[in-house]
Design a protein. Structure first.
Ligand SMILES: C[S@@+](CC[C@H](N)C(=O)[O-])C[C@H]1O[C@@H](n2cnc3c(N)ncnc32)[C@H](O)[C@@H]1O
Length: 225
């Protein structure tokens, strides 16, 4: 998958994509991430924002540099996404859906956001939660990370993704590793006995119990599916 990220601060992304699973996916050419500085599309690389018509606080990204940045990377089958608190909230289903695109363009807003007219060039607005970030950069990192996990080969063991939280509509079960006793707390007996049918049942019950306690809305969703 190819991902183009359009922002005012490409240097923001140094680090998160240069370590661990995402870095390995890039090295294996499963993922190609490119950065575009929206400022490169402003006259003399200067003015990218202006005051809002009608008054109000903050600055708004001007339409010309943003539109030209999109045009510079967009291909006929690209999915162009504006990271925005006003979009549909990102979830596992959406991440899996996005992983099937060959090319995604992520537009990061800054300040008060982008000129509304640029939305005509956007396929979809996506939010990473009901709160407001200072820019779309952190949201882009979250989206790239979560979508990448669904690209075959990115996560070493394919079952790992299938068994993760939300894939069955509920949380993943609890995990334990060595030592068997940690500060007086033992690893549950069932996990040490090797009966895989019993282990599956135990994990599922634990997952349902925790999901019901923390996110009853998810359990209701599974029951009425
Ligand atoms: C300060 S915010 C602008 C908020 C906007 N005035 C509003 O209230 O809807 C600046 C930029 O951060 C990004 N952003 C903020 N919150 C976000 C969220 N929850 N999910 C995705 N992007 C977000 C968007 O790209 C946005 O243009």
């Amino acid at each position: 998958m190819e991902i183009d990220i359009l922002s005012l601060f490409p240097s923001y992304f140094r680090g998160p994509f240069d370590v661990s699973i995402i870095m390995r996916a890039r090295e294996a050419s499963l993922l190609e991430i490119r950065h575009t500085d929206i400022r490169d599309f402003a006259e003399n690389r200067r003015k990218v924002d202006d005051r809002p018509f009608g008054g109000g606080p903050g600055m708004v990204l001007c339409p010309e540099p943003v539109a030209n940045a999109i045009r510079s990377v967009r291909k006929p089958h690209s999915r162009v996404i504006y990271l925005s608190p006003q979009g549909g909230v990102l979830n596992a289903k959406k991440c899996e859906e996005l992983s099937s695109f060959d090319h995604i363009v992520l537009l990061c807003g800054h300040y008060e956001g982008i000129d509304e007219r640029v939305l005509t060039m956007i396929d979809e607005e996506i939010s990473i939660g009901d709160y407001v970030l200072t820019s779309g950069c952190a949201a882009a990192i979250v989206l790239v990370d979560a979508v990448s996990r669904f690209i075959p080969g990115v996560v070493g063991h394919p079952d790992a993704v299938a068994e993760d939280s939300f894939q069955e509509g509920i949380f993943d079960g609890p995990h334990y590793t060595r030592p068997e006793v940690f500060e007086g707390m033992e690893v549950p007996q069932v996990l040490r006995e090797g009966n895989h049918a019993e282990i599956r049942k135990w994990r599922k019950n634990k997952a349902i119990e925790k999901t019901g306690r923390v996110r009853p809305d998810l359990v209701r969703g599974v029951m009425f599916k």
